[in-house]
Each structure stands twice: as structure tokens, then as C-alpha cells.
Write a protein that binds this ligand. Structure first.
Ligand code: SF4
Ligand code: SF4
Ligand code: FES
Length: 540
């Protein structure tokens, strides 16, 4: 008798490998097993794809007292069930599945981009299915370009149909199909259709083997050569959770990271390309201070002392602040604090615009028109949003200009030449910053820890994935040192302390801490009710 029948509770209790577990009614056995720490091998099941065709038969489990094995990805957990995921019969069935899949699978592991992260490779080892009994030559199917930037290696495909079902059931785009049947089956676009969807890159992520590969990743890095870091995509204001894969201090790949409140298991293609492009460009690497007509490289203590002296000399006579909407919350906090110290009561930020695209079944995940990660932060720290093509307001002669990370693309010739003091804090040195009195080199978001606030006010952590060049440092650290030299605020050396200072001085962030945010983030204003009110989405 179930709890629902007996006690009105909407849960069922079952035993998995001898461990009792209680789960909501309707939970599949494969998911119930995860709650006990058991990961049942799977290929066609993916928690973010709603359809479960029981295609691969890899997740077969034994139900005590029943003669036949059942696929745990479709089997609903029932009260009193006793499941054995690793019984001799279940293991033997799994071994047969692997042997069958390997009949035509090429020995590509040494050159396959998925090697080291391939579920076929892993399970072949786990089931000790390492020797083939097949003497016949393998079927050769070749390689195809299935989309502009995605290659399909048909020989490696195990026809799990995850890619087809992602496109059809999550993206609601039926341009991908399984062509042919049986051992001749392969994945292709529907005749006369192209795969051209702004979210199609997710098919590469869901592929459990190396059959689908982004062209710009082919032969670029082996799994064991890469480091993975939890980050936030800065491509638009949605703030998708991502994993940044790096090799030799370069970003080589981006993958979505699950966050049910933001992007579920997915991300858009604009975001993937945008971040990989951030490897490019010449960087500012050392502090520079004005020496006559030129800028002279110096060390941090000299630069900070020199800037503090110039600021004291300039006094609090107002001026202009410009910041990038891709600056972190901590950077913006110290920036706005420095502006207050300088008597500057207006600062501007402009957010580049682009077209929008949405993923129909995940309402919160949208490529948003605001192509920056922290426009919301700009708003919360009192910035004035100006048009993306707006020419920066000129400072009056003798006033101070402070620019944080903005590329000054629209700045007119001679920008800043009349200023009493012009401080440029950035990771690159645009032409318009050459009139600056001091240039402080800072880390990009990929080179530091910090937080962004997304379109709906969710504050999310990102972590350092790369080493900053030269002696560049995070802007929050640099600006805190300048403020400390002016006897305002304490210097900070770790992001937790920077966030604490921000949270205690800014009402919207009150009560937040680095540890407390965790990897899922929290809404500004502590609106826990709004967190729980996220729209329903496909999540298991
Ligand atoms: S290409 Fe990958 S995801 Fe698609 S069916 Fe083949 S193995 Fe599965
Ligand atoms: S929707 Fe926005 S934040 Fe998400 S991956 Fe795309 S560009 Fe990045
Ligand atoms: S994962 Fe269950 S049948 Fe494929």
C-alpha cells in the first residue's frame, strides 16, 4: 500500500541495493537511486530531456521477486519495491549492451575529443567489456557536418537519440531525425531542413560519447589537460551558469552548468562563442602613471600612493564616472565608493544591445537583448544607464574622470584632455584612455572571483579560471587599496571580504556572504519567496 493510499502522503518508500529511500510519488527508479548515491549507468536518459524512450537498455535493474529486468529510467518507484542495480543478472545485461554497442564502434579513443569524458569508454571499463568477440570488419559510416559548427562522427554514435530529443522536446525544433533503422541508423537533418537554432550547441553537451563535436574544439585539448571552473556567462543579462574549460591559460570550451533557477541544463550558442573570444586582445599588464607627455610603468605601491596624492590634491570637486556593465558587483561597489569620495554624484554605463532568442520549454533561459552580465548591478549601485551609442558626457575643465573597464568606444577625440585628473582602470588600454593620468591594469572576470546580478536580481558567484597577465589585479582589490590610501575603507585581499564590505554598505545585498551564495546564488533584497516562485521547468 502506498503512502498516498494509506496516510495521504505523496511519497513512496522503496529499497535500493539494501538502502531504504523515500521519494515523491512519480519518481523514476534511476532518480531514486541517485538519492542513495547510486548512479545507474545510462545513455538515453538525461534529466533535462522530458522524453524517456528506454532506448539504450543500459539502465536495466532487477526488481526482487520479478523475473524480468526493467529499464530504471522509465520504471516508476513504488512502495515496498526492492531494487538491485548491481545484481549478477543486471550486470550481465549491461555487459551485453556494451558488447553490442562496441560491435561497430571504432577504436577512436586515442583521437576522439570525448576520450576521458566518454560514457561508453567509462562503462566499457566498469563492465570489463574490453575484448571483442567479433571478427568481421566494422561498418564504416564516416563524418558529416550536421550544422555550421558541429561535426557528426557517425561511427561513434550509439543512437541514444538524446540530440534528436533535445531539439524536438526542449528546443521544439524538429530539424534533427534518426535516419534509417537498425545497424544502419544515423542522425541527420530532416530532408530539406538545416540545423540552425540558437540553442543547438546543447546537442554536443548531451551526447554521451564523441559523436557530436563543436568544430572549434576538434583536436584542441584532451580531457585530462583541461581545468574546469564554475563561471557565469557574461554574454547577456540572463547569467547562465557555465563550466569554463581552460588549457594553458586559454579558454578552450564552455559548457552549461545546471541551475534550476536560471538556465536548467542549457545555454545558448552566442554565449559559448562570446566567452571563447575573450582570449583575444592586447592587455594592460602593469600600472602606469603620467610622466610629462607619456605614461610610465611602475609598481603597485608607487601607483597607489601617487593616485592618492593626486586625488587629495584634486579634492572633491566632482566630475564624471563611466563603468562597464560587465564589471562585477564588488568592482562596482568600490568604484561607486571612490566616486563618492571624489564628490562625483553621476556615473554612466551603457549596455550593448542584440536580438533575443528563447528556449521554449525553459522560460527563464533567454538570450536577452542586454548583452552584458551586470547591467542590473549598474542600476543597484546608482549608475545612470545611457544609450549604447551615447557619447560620454564631457567633464568640465579641472574635474576628475574615473573609468572602470569601459572600452570608451564612443569617446570623442581628446576625451579627458581637459580633466584635472583622469584615472583609467581597465584590462585593456583603448586609444581614448591614452590621455589618462594613471592606468591601473585589472583582471577580466575570467581571471578573478566575484559576483554578477542577473536581469531578475539573482546574485551569482563566478570563480577564477585564468591567471591575469603581468601584475594585473581584480579591480575591487585595486580600488580598495586606493580608498585605503585615502583613509576610507579597509584594504581587502579576498573576494569574501570585498563582498562582506559591499553587503554591509549596500541595502540590496544585505545579509549576503560568499559562502551563503553557494553555487546557485540568491535574489537581491533577500526575497526568498521569489526564489521559490520560479516557473516550472523540465528538471528530471
Ligand atoms: S549523436 Fe550522440 S546524442 Fe545523438 S544519438 Fe548519437 S550518441 Fe546519442
Ligand atoms: S542566454 Fe545569455 S547568459 Fe545564457 S548562455 Fe546565452 S548569452 Fe550567455
Ligand atoms: S537510460 Fe534507461 S534505457 Fe537508456
Amino acid at each position: 500500500m502506498s503512502d498516498l493510499d494509506g496516510g495521504g502522503l505523496d511519497t513512496v518508500t522503496l529499497t535500493i541495493d539494501g538502502v531504504e529511500v523515500t521519494v515523491p510519488k512519480g519518481t523514476r527508479v534511476i532518480e531514486a537511486a541517485e538519492r542513495t548515491g547510486v548512479v545507474v549507468p545510462r545513455y538515453c536518459y538525461h534529466p533535462g530531456i522530458p522524453t524517456r524512450p528506454a532506448q539504450c537498455r543500459m539502465c536495466l535493474v532487477e526488481i526482487e521477486g520479478q523475473p524480468k529486468l526493467q529499464p530504471s529510467c522509465v520504471l516508476e518507484a513504488q512502495d515496498g519495491m526492492s531494487i538491485l542495480t548491481a545484481s549478477e543478472t543486471a550486470e550481465k545485461a549491461r555487459q551485453s549492451v556494451i558488447e553490442f554497442l562496441l560491435v561497430n564502434h571504432p577504436l577512436d579513443c586515442p583521437i576522439c575529443d570525448a576520450a576521458g569524458q566518454c560514457m561508453l569508454q567509462d562503462y566499457a571499463y566498469v563492465t570489463t567489456q574490453l575484448k571483442s568477440r567479433v571478427d568481421e570488419p566494422k561498418t564504416v559510416m564516416g563524418r558529416d557536418r550536421i550544422a555550421d559548427d558541429i561535426l557528426y562522427f557517425a561511427d561513434r554514435c550509439i543512437i541514444c537519440t538524446r540530440c534528436v530529443r533535445f531539439m524536438r522536446d526542449v528546443a521544439e525544433d524538429d530539424s534533427l531525425v534518426v535516419a534509417q533503422r537498425g545497424h544502419k541508423a544515423y542522425i541527420d537533418t530532416f530532408p530539406g531542413r538545416d540545423l540552425d537554432n540558437p540553442f543547438q550547441g546543447n546537442i554536443v553537451d548531451v551526447c554521451p560519447v564523441g559523436a557530436l563535436v563543436h568544430e572549434d574544439f576538434v583536436f584542441k585539448a584532451r580531457a585530462w589537460d583541461m581545468d574546469a571552473t564554475a563561471g557565469i556567462c557574461p554574454g547577456c543579462s540572463t547569467g547562465c551558469n557555465v563550466t569554463i574549460d581552460t588549457k594553458e591559460n586559454q579558454i578552450v570550451r564552455l559548457k552549461p552548468r545546471h541551475n534550476a533557477e536560471v538556465n536548467s541544463y542549457w545555454m545558448c550558442d552566442h554565449g559559448r562563442k562570446h566567452l571563447v573570444m575573450s582570449n583575444r586582445g592586447i592587455r594592460a599588464e602593469v600600472p602606469m602613471i603620467r610622466d610629462g607627455d607619456s605614461l610610465r610603468a611602475t609598481d603597485w605601491p608607487t601607483a597607489i600612493a601617487w593616485i592618492a596624492a593626486r586625488i587629495r590634491q584634486a579634492g572633491s570637486n566632482g566630475g564624471l564616472g563611466i563603468a562597464s556593465p560587465n564589471s562585477s558587483n564588488e568592482n562596482l561597489f568600490y568604484f561607486s565608493r571612490l566616486l563618492s569620495r571624489l564628490g562625483i554624484d553621476r556615473w554612466e554605463y551603457s549596455v550593448p544591445q542584440g536580438s533575443t532568442a528563447s528556449l521554449p520549454t525553459v522560460p527563464r533561459l533567454e538570450l536577452r537583448a542586454d548583452r552584458a552580465a551586470n547591467g542590473k548591478g549598474g542600476e543597484l549601485f546608482g549608475g545612470t544607464r545611457v544609450d549604447a551609442e551615447a557619447v560620454p558626457s564631457p567633464a568640465r575643465a579641472g574635474e576628475t574622470i574615473v573609468v572602470l573597464e569601459d572600452g570608451l568606444a564612443e569617446a570623442p577625440d581628446g576625451f579627458g584632455s581637459e580633466a584635472g585628473f583622469f584615472l583609467y582602470v581597465g584590462s585593456r588600454l583603448p586609444d581614448a584612455a591614452r590621455e589618462a593620468d594613471a592606468v591601473l591594469p585589472i583582471a577580466t572576470f575570467a581571471e578573478m572571483d566575484g559576483t554578477f546580478t542577473n536581469f531578475e536580481g539573482r546574485v551569482q558567484r563566478f570563480h577564477r579560471a585564468l591567471q591575469a597577465p603581468g601584475i594585473a589585479r581584480p579591480a575591487w582589490m585595486v580600488l580598495a587599496r586606493v580608498l585605503a590610501a585615502l583613509d576610507d575603507l579597509e584594504p581587502v585581499s579576498d573576494v569574501g571580504a570585498a563582498l562582506d564590505a559591499m553587503a554591509s554598505a549596500t541595502a540590496a545585498f544585505a545579509g549576503m556572504s560568499w559562502q551563503g551564495l553557494g553555487l546557485k546564488g540568491a535574489l537581491v533584497g533577500g526575497d526568498a519567496a521569489a526564489v521559490g516562485a520560479a516557473p516550472a521547468e523540465i528538471d528530471g
